[in-house]
Write a protein that binds this ligand. Sequence first.
Ligand SMILES: [Mg+2]
Length: 225
Amino acid sequence: MSASILVLFDIDGTLLRRAGPAHGQALEDAVRLETGVRVSIATIPVFGMLDRDILTLMMREAGLGARAIRAAMPAIVARAQRLYHRRCPDLRQRVCPGVRPLLAKLGRREATLGLVTGNLSAIGWRKMRQAGLDHHFHLGAFADMGSTRGMLARLAAREARRAGWATPKTPTYLIGDTANDIQAAKENNMVSIAVATGHYGLDELKQHQPDILLEDLRQLRLEQL
Ligand SMILES: [Mg+2]
């Protein structure tokens, strides 16, 4: 039986905040170990970006050409996920306000819950496990599955339909903390919910016209969905 609603969540800045440097360091170290080139994430505007785009920008800044970047990417992506798996800290204290009660309530309502994130898949699932949130989610679309956040949102909805958890008519929500999340929702005719628990404040998010704009997820009432 298909669920009442489909709710898709971004991870960084939305479910978790201040998850620490391990993720960025895994990306940097994976490039160095696979190519011998030192790169830095410090100058990259990472918020709302997909991990593969972050890797590409770092390597471009270090002087690597497009062909070399393409050739090295599969090994770098695999290495970054292995590195992060070992290094990911306990994230139970990094869960954003209101997230745990909201996920529990949605579960009782038999909503289908998914992840739509710029994290590589093994990194995203590892974060959810270390935060004690993984059991809430039925599915996920990650940076290694598509080249834009809009494409990832589409993949997540398609997977929910394929599994029989949703139909084309199931109301679908995409919750995130950046303009890229709002854009991805709009591209797919999903309801966009923006939360100011990441890098951007309410005023900045408002300019991108989300359907629902919240300080944090404590303010989300299920009657709004
Ligand atoms: Mg985010």
